[in-house]
Unconditional design. Sequence first.
Length: 215
Amino acid sequence: MITSMFKIISIYSSALLFAFTVLTISVFRSAAVKYDVPQTSYLIDFNTKVLGETQQVDYTLPYPGKVLPGTIFWPLKVVRDRTWLTLTTNPERKAELLLLFADKRLASSKLLYNQGNYSEGYSVLTKAEKYLEEAYLKTESNLREGRDTKVFFKTLASAALKHYEVTSSIVDMSPEEMKPTVIGVQRYSKYIYDRSAQTVAGQGDSPPVNPYKWN
């Protein structure tokens, strides 16, 4: 029985080590890739059919991958992302990564809500909006340091509108007792859109149009 238990532990440990190795390698393979999300028919189909989005906002979420929160390899994916972020020294690239992580977690959250996993879905949603906030703060810091942030602030404004849109659909899917809490999370996307849009306008450009009305 003890031998059998050791075999199980050995197999489990080997699987974890293999998964971590694969995830770590993917960090270095992806390190030079820009944030630009390809507007392929697959991604659009993923957003409209899988996530159930109506595409009111011209912004397509990236595919979150097969490893979702709550699965056995999710902690390794989290470590992979944090390692990737730590190893990234370029300030503009760091802001892009933060937004990428925000978008992927938002897509993961919606998938979890589709599955009826509201508790895990809400937890991931809050992490998505925290990453969105970090992306904005990093871009604001880049602006103060004299870096060119004009294009990325427009991207942030569009992303914030998409986050508000998806979170609104999550509100509709949530149990009644959870809805006020999920609505509260929308303060992140509202604030980030408003501030990013103001910055874009201040730089002499037109920000993405906000189809929503909020105070």
